[in-house]
Design a protein around this ligand. Structure first.
Ligand SMILES: Nc1nc2c(c(=O)[nH]1)N[C@H]1C(S)=C(S)[C@@H](COP(=O)(O)O)O[C@H]1N2
Ligand SMILES: [Mo]
Length: 258
C-alpha cells in the first residue's frame, strides 16, 4: 500500500505541474523554491491550492449580454406542483411562503421572500443546459447562497447542501424533487437563490417563488420550488442516498458539471 505521505507528495507534484500548465508560475523555479514547498506542505494551503486554484471547478460559468437572451425561457419537468400547500401559497402570491434553512447550522432560519429580497443580490445572464437536449439563455436575479449559509452559521462538519422542493414527482402525496451540491458549488459566486427571471418575478413554470441557479452544472441540479435547505455531513441518509431525485432513481450523475 502506498503511504499517505508518498501519495500526498505525488499529488503536490501534480499540483505544481498544474500550476505551471496554467501559466500561473514557472514550474521548475517554483518547485525548487524552498519556501513555496513549505507553503504547499501545510494542510490548509494544500486544500486551498487544490480547491481554489487548481481545479477548473473554481472557474466562472460564461456570462452573456442582454442581446443573447432567449426569446422565452421554456419550462421543463414540473411546471406547476401538484401540492395543495404550494397551491394555497401561490394563490396568495407566496405571502405566507418561507424558506427553511436547517440541519447542521447553529442558527436555523425561516426566510420570507421579502427578507430574501432585502439581502445582497446578484444578476447574471447564463446559459442553461438540459440533458434532454435543449439550452436557453436567461437573466437571473437572486441572493447568493453563500450569504444565506453564512447567516445560518453552518456547522464546520457540514459538507453538502440539500435542496428540498415543493413538487411531488409521481402524483399528489408522492416524494418531492430534491437535489444536493457540495461547498465548492454552494459558496461559488454564481450560485444564487433566484426570485427573478428576465427582470420579472420568477414564473411558477420556472420554480416560483425561489429556485437554485448553480451555473456550472446541468439543468437538473437547478432545483425549483425550494421549500427547505438542509445542511448535512453526508448524503447517505437522504432518501436513496445518491443526492438527488434523478441520481437515486434514474442513474444520473451526482456531479453534473458542464
Ligand atoms: N423542483 C424541481 N426542480 C427542477 C425540475 C423539476 O421537475 N422539479 N426539473 C429540473 C430540470 S431537468 C431542468 S432542465 C430545470 C428546468 O428549469 P426550467 O423549468 O426553468 O426550464 O429544472 C430542474 N429543476
Ligand atoms: Mo433537465
Amino acid at each position: 500500500m502506498k503511504s499517505h505521505k508518498s501519495g500526498r507528495r505525488a499529488f503536490l507534484h501534480r499540483s505544481v505541474q498544474a500550476l505551471g500548465l496554467l501559466g500561473i508560475v514557472g514550474c521548475d523555479r517554483l518547485s525548487q523554491n524552498e519556501s513555496f514547498q513549505k507553503l504547499l506542505s501545510t494542510g490548509e494551503t494544500l486544500s486551498r491550492v487544490a480547491h481554489k486554484t487548481l481545479l477548473p471547478r473554481k472557474a466562472m460559468a460564461q456570462e452573456f449580454g442582454e442581446r443573447d437572451l432567449s426569446p422565452s425561457f421554456r419550462s421543463n419537468g414540473t411546471s406547476n406542483p401538484e401540492n395543495p400547500v404550494y397551491q394555497a401559497l401561490a394563490a396568495n402570491g407566496f405571502q405566507g411562503w418561507k424558506l427553511t434553512v436547517d440541519g447542521m447550522v447553529e442558527k436555523p432560519l425561516q426566510l420570507s421572500i421579502a427578507q430574501l429580497r432585502g439581502m445582497p443580490r446578484r444578476t447574471q445572464i447564463t446559459r442553461h443546459d438540459c440533458v434532454e437536449g435543449w439550452s436557453a439563455i436567461g437573466q437571473w436575479t437572486g441572493v447568493p447562497l453563500a450569504h444565506v449559509l453564512d447567516a445560518a452559521h453552518v456547522h464546520p462538519d457540514a459538507r453538502f447542501v440539500v435542496f428540498h422542493c415543493a413538487d411531488p414527482m409521481d402524483g399528489p402525496g408522492s416524494a418531492h424533487y430534491y437535489e444536493s451540491i457540495d461547498f465548492d458549488d454552494a459558496f461559488h459566486p454564481q450560485t444564487i437563490l433566484a426570485y427573478e427571471l428576465n427582470g420579472r418575478e420568477l414564473p411558477i413554470a420556472n420554480g416560483a417563488p425561489l429556485r437554485l441557479r448553480v451555473e456550472r452544472q446541468l439543468g437538473y441540479k437547478h432545483a425549483k420550488y425550494l421549500s427547505r435547505i438542509e445542511l448535512v455531513d453526508s448524503l447517505r441518509n437522504i432518501r436513496g442516498g445518491k443526492g438527488g431525485y434523478w441520481e437515486d432513481g434514474h442513474g444520473y450523475q451526482w456531479y453534473a458539471g458542464i
